[in-house]
Design a protein around this ligand. Sequence first.
Ligand code: UD1
Ligand code: CA
Length: 456
Amino acid sequence: MADRYAVILAAGKGTRMKSPRAKVLHEVGGRSMLAWSVALSQALGCRRAVVVAGPDASDVQAAAGRLVGADNVCIQHEQKGTADAVRAAEPLLGDIDGDLIVLYADTPLIPVEAGRSAFAEVASGASVCVLGFKAEDPGRYGRLILGEAGELEAIVEANDASPEALQIDFCNSGVMAGPARLMFDLLRDVRNDNAKGEYYLTDIVALARSRGLRASAARCRESDVLGVNSQAELAKAEAVFQTGMRERAMTDGATLRAPETVWFSFDTRLASGVTVEPNVVFGPGVSVGEGAHIRSFSHIEGAHVGAGAQVGPFARLRPGADIGADAHVGNFVEVKNVRLGEGAKANHLAYLGDGDVGAGANIGAGVIFCNYDGYFKYRTIVGAGAFVGSNASLVAPVTIAPGAYVGSGSVITDDVSENALALGRGRQAEKAGWAATFRSGQAALRASGRKPEGAL
Ligand code: UD1
Ligand code: CA
């Protein structure tokens, strides 16, 4: 198989969608559209992906540098069209021996199979292969002109199309593949004699045909290649993504009681037998083990939920939460960077941050891991089978050894030994008959028309 390379176009006019953030840095399914394109190039096995950014888009350049390395970011100095943008990558990719795929960074949801089918056409001899789709409303998309035998003859941009060509509903997704050297060679012949005065990448199809080379179109679904040019289209792409993820989760054996209310990220993984109640949000980096039950209104990101565990309702799992098998995290419990051992429980109103809770430990209502002094963070360790009473504050760094008890309402600042009881609170005192004496004294005062000092 020929080596594969990718050029990802992220420059261009009108790339802000009226937002201070660059278009391609807007997110779908919890990651930027630019990152979607880079992930696709990686899934296709590309040896190298080069991102073409605009000269003023320092945010895009920086994000691209993090994704593909600064050496693989190049600048298109003037936005003169998509052909010109690909040519901006020539200094980096002009000498390579392999096949090149062009991806538009405003088209996030392209399935790996679609990219593979474009490369496969090139492997079987096509000089250019374009991914095409039947558009519900072809609108401003470029139209694919096919010959008698179904081969691709040309792409005509909507602005330049004749009324007959505008009737065509087979459209250009923007994904195009071909042998790298040939593509750069064809690009040299592209002219800007069109309605927009731009250098169109799409012109290389007709140029290849005029050299007697074969061009082809691979087909995909419209929902696979939604191009995002506005905030409304961004929301549409997000909706398509969410629908797909919900369907996949259910196909893989998860029960979603109200699928339309469950929010997924690009990498959410639910094992079979997981139940998700209505109104749950999965941020990036979540995996949920077999048979776990996620109750309503839980917000989970960067976390693992073990098999058979129960989470929520109203639980918040933040990055680094690792909930063991059969553990319970109940309502209004926040967990961050804590491993909760097998069968451990924190059922109500707690903050567990930066620590480790052993198997079978019980964290009472209102327990707080005091992990931060305003400058640094510290760990709290609770051993297996320990019992931390309600409303205890564990001031980190601190260790509660296995099997120990912490009395309710304690403020624990020192380590607690195995199987001990630790109390860190005022001792209870009792004054016999105090309440009755108090009541009769106050009643007498009120009847006399006087008040205790300071009373209103
Ligand atoms: C383009 C295609 C059109 C296709 C549609 C699919 C061309 C000429 N037209 O139209 O056939 O149906 O995508 O969504 O290719 N870009 C640059 N530099 C430039 C111009 C554009 O980097 O000078 C980048 C943009 O950031 C974007 C991509 O190329 O990621 C496509 O450009 P855009 O202006 O959105 O093209 P469309 O009009 O949508
Ligand atoms: Ca576009």
